[in-house]
Design a protein. Structure first.
Lengths: 708, 156
């Protein structure tokens, strides 16, 4: 049976292409139908003709689908119409009718259209939002503060959400959640009419989506606090998600805006959950995986934590032990970009090789680093923490071809491209395709070079000489080969059996610079299948190929999950810190301090730490899901930069507000543990849609669903 | 007994949702055109902003386009506000490095179309392209900012 859904949209001028991209990635067939108008009199344009919204013809047309999805919503409760035409569908509840998925639906009491109100089911158990009496009809959510923008417009920052309790699954998870909003920019959750719900919950109802065999079912509610510190509670009649017969009343899923298919859709959990509730069985599940950059690194012992190097490495050791164990149990692989290059091209004292072997480090520091390193090597060999090259020593610290020339480049010794071999370092002065090259023209140093589909004979090629140090023009395959070989040589010297994450044949590039064609070709020559890459990928003159798939080589889109700004801070000061620099804590970096409702009372109201915790987890998980479901990309974080807010003597403790303090006397927070466990809750909630996979699964899936 | 097949030349895989049997589509005609870009651009008075919002003048909007004889730029503009556009192109060597700095200007002028109108521009307007890199810039010269939604198709 082919999964198939119908999307009903009013205006393509405000249609977010993430809707259809996600369905394509899941292998769910879809049909787009257009509502010609907002009112009950609107016709629905379908591929089989135009039908009145309440007509038997439309009802019969809908019956070919597993689910009908309403894509429209409003951010103004005063609107008198938005999806009024859908009111008829709430009464199409027969076994043959599809599930109807309403995300952030507009069913305000401000709707005056008589045909809407007379057809609205009298036993519907959620109180209709009333803009003239918001407090009596809705519950202000997530602190009830106003954002400076519509909360539905959150992309990769500015999120709102809660810890949600999913009742049937008995799972708690932090997900971006807004049931309705208004011009006041406050997120709201719904109020349940408990008498009507009680009647529905005791009424037998048969439909494939009624898993409890009843006409009404509360699906999700705000989770009760897990700490007495957390005073942000909701009344017992507050609901997040509800099934009314075969109609699902769900929070916002995809922002209503003209946009391309990008990962900036942090609410999409609710789309996946709705599809699963509607028993839409996708052809494919989506692999969930995560990456890190710099799995072994250290920071200067600066404020506010002033961690000694050994303390930092102790935090890393405990966290990596946990991550390796997590990956083993969940059958995933946490891919890591090991900072290489420092064996030959030192750029400071805080990276992998230097921490292990530099005599400027104390023996205790080197020993602590070795303990982390051994976890990584063992994990690489067993498949839980595969590691690949990640070189910040070139291109001014920004990786492959991030500068036109790498002045004073230091290469490795031995192998094919190392000293003392005299090897090409730049493109030949003359390059001619072999099939049009006249005999006897090419110089004595001629060699054939292939980049992608192009094969040329080059001669008059600048070479390195026998020395180790020279200025290296970065924009050629010759430079790429030298650089990549030196990186792999260092990985081997570190004890890794390869430089490309073992069987995954992948790595995440430094600064997400993948270099361009010559680097992709050289990486292929060294056995790579793909790399993580930003769209602007090197030297300020390069973009990745339009489809991010170059001659069988994957250019996986990036999505950071960090909780600090690498530009303004360099590491995280925790969830929030009153003295943090701009972007220096998670709340500031992710723009989560709505109406100053975290910063203004941080030192006096312990509940605000919990608010910050919830928002950070919702936002980070939303980013991760966006890249998992829309762009099939690679989400990543920097371990030590995100882990210094953990309490060094209680590293693996879960967040407990002000009950556990870190070295800055602020709430302890371990980003690794919290993020992985929250995403695991999401994966467990969506067994038909997500699974813990690997970057290989991601690349396999890209090949499966991507166009040519 | 599960049905198995040879996957990736060396791996035996069970037939499942995740690993369907490989099939060859018969009677399929090659598609001579590819969608290269779909982007929504907020058109402002900023100078040198391309369709991806970048003002870095050496950064291409599209790269790796040598296989395309022509690009077709479809766009829908939400505003009629007066806007200039420039289409730039250049070739790279086989390593992907531009042969030099700067660009060849293929087209420039006032962006055609009214508010909420559909439009189409061929790149280049005459002859063939086969350039490796293109940069397409838009700059509003009067009125208010508006959204420009573009699709660029590469024709082989």
């Amino acid at each position: 049976m082919t999964p198939k859904v119908c999307l009903v949209v009013r205006e393509f001028g405000a249609f977010n292409r993430a809707w259809t991209q996600i369905l394509r990635n899941l292998g769910i067939d879809y049909t787009l139908c257009t509502a010609i108008g907002n009112t009950t009199g609107a016709n629905i344009q379908t591929p089989q003709g135009v039908f009145a919204a309440g007509s038997p013809d439309l009802r019969n047309y809908f019956r070919q689908f597993d689910a009908v999805i309403l894509c429209e919503h409003s951010s103004n409760l005063n609107d008198t119409s938005r999806i009024n035409y859908s009111v008829f569908w709430m009464s199409w509840n027969d076994l043959e009718d599809p599930a109807f998925l309403f995300f952030n639906p507009h069913f305000s009491a401000a709707i005056t259209e008589s045909a809407y109100n007379s057809n609205f089911p009298s036993d519907f158990p959620i109180v209709r939002p009333d803009p003239s009496d918001i407090a009596g009809a809705l519950y202000a959510a997530d602190g009830g503060s106003a954002a400076s923008f519509s909360p539905l417009a959150a992309t990769i920052t500015g999120g709102r959400g809660a810890c949600i309790l999913f009742l049937a699954e008995n799972i708690r998870a932090h997900v971006m959640t807004i049931c309705n909003t208004h011009t006041d920019n406050i997120p709201y959750y719904w109020r349940l009419d408990t008498a009507k719900h009680s009647t529905l919950a005791s009424t037998t109802y048969t439909h494939r989506v009624a898993r409890n065999g009843r006409a009404g079912e509360i699906l999700a509610v705000p989770a009760p606090p897990s700490s007495s510190e957390d005073t942000e509670t909701y009344p017992n009649d507050c609901v997040i998600a509800y099934r009314y017969r075969n109609c699902f009343w769900l929070p916002n899923a995809i922002s209503r805006r003209q946009d391309v298919a990008n990962p900036n859709n942090p609410f999409l959990f609710w789309l996946l959950y709705g599809l699963q509730l509607a028993v839409v069985r996708p052809r494919y599940k989506l692999p969930v995986q995560v990456e890190t950059d710099h799995p072994l690194a250290a920071l200067l012992p600066d404020a506010p934590f002033n961690h000694a190097i050994t303390t930092q490495l102790g935090i890393l050791e405990a966290s990596w032990d946990y991550m390796r164990d997590f990956a083993r149990h969940k059958n995933t692989a946490i891919v890591n970009g090991v900072t290489v290059g420092t064996k030959y091209r030192s750029i400071g004292s805080r990276f992998h090789w230097h921490l292990l072997y530099s005599t400027s480090r104390t023996q205790a520091e080197r020993d602590a680093a070795m303990r982390v390193h051994q976890i990584l090597v063992a994990g690489h060999r067993e498949g839980t923490t595969p590691c690949g090259v990640h070189d910040h020593t070139i291109g001014g610290g920004r990786g492959y071809w991030a500068a036109a020339t790498n002045t004073g480049f230091v290469r490795h010794n031995g192998l094919r491209y190392g000293a003392p071999n005299d090897v090409p370092i730049a493109r030949g002065r003359c390059c001619v395709a072999p099939h049009v090259l006249p005999a006897g023209v090419a110089g004595a140093d001629a060699q054939t070079v292939q980049v992608g589909d192009t094969e040329l004979v080059e001669w008059d090629i600048p070479t390195s000489g026998t020395g180790t140090t020279f200025d290296l023009p970065m924009g050629s395959i010759h430079a790429a080969r030298i650089i990549i070989e030196s990186e792999i040589e260092e990985m081997l010297a570190l004890g890794f059996p390869d430089g490309y994450c073992a069987g995954h044949k992948y790595t995440n590039t430094a600064s997400n610079n993948s270099g361009g064609e010559c680097y992709w070709q050289a990486l292929k020559e060294f056995g790579f299948r793909g790399v993580r890459s930003g769209t602007a990928c090197g030297a300020g003159t390069k973009r990745v190929t339009p489809n991010r798939y170059w001659n069988g080589f994957h250019l996986v889109e990036e999505m950071p999950l960090d909780i600090y700004s690498a530009v303004t801070a360099g590491y995280s000061w925790g969830l929030y810190h009153p003295s943090a620099p701009s972007g220096g804590d998670a709340v500031r970096f992710l723009n989560l301090d709505h109406s100053s409702d975290i910063s203004s009372g941080w030192t006096t109201n312990p509940a605000l730490a919990w608010r910050a915790y919830r928002r950070v987890l919702c936002m980070a998980t939303g980013r991760w899901l966006g890249t998992t479901a829309v762009t099939l990309g690679g989400a990543y974080f920097h371990p030590i930069e995100c882990l210094v807010p953990a309490a060094p003597n209680r590293v693996m403790e879960r967040f407990d507000g002000w009950g556990i303090l870190n070295a800055a006397n602020q709430p302890h927070y371990n980003h690794v543990v919290e993020l992985l466990e929250n995403m695991d809750a999401v994966v467990r909630l969506l067994p038909e849609y997500l699974y813990w996979g690997t970057i290989t699964d991601v690349m396999d899936h890209r090949e499966r669903v991507m166009g040519g | 007994m599960p049905v198995r097949f040879l996957k990736n030349a060396s791996e035996l895989a069970d037939v499942s949702w995740e690993t369907p049997l490989p099939v060859q589509v018969t009677n399929a005609k090659p598609v001579p055109a590819d969608t290269l870009l779909v982007a929504t651009t907020f058109v402002t008075t900023d100078a040198n902003r391309d369709l991806l919002g970048s003002a870095a003048t050496e950064l291409p909007t599209l790269d790796g386009c040598m296989q395309y004889r022509k690009l077709v730029w479809f766009y829908f503009r939400a505003g009629a506000d007066s806007t200039n556009y420039r289409v730039l192109a250049r070739a790279t060597d086989h390593n992907g490095a531009p042969l030099g700095a700067g660009w060849q200007e293929l087209a420039t002028g006032t962006l055609p179309g009214n508010a909420n109108s559909w439009n189409r521009i061929e790149i280049p307007s005459t002859g063939d392209g086969y350039y490796d890199q293109y940069r397409i810039e838009v700059q509003r010269t009067a009125g208010s900012n508006y959204l420009l939604t573009s699709k660029i198709v590469g024709v082989r």
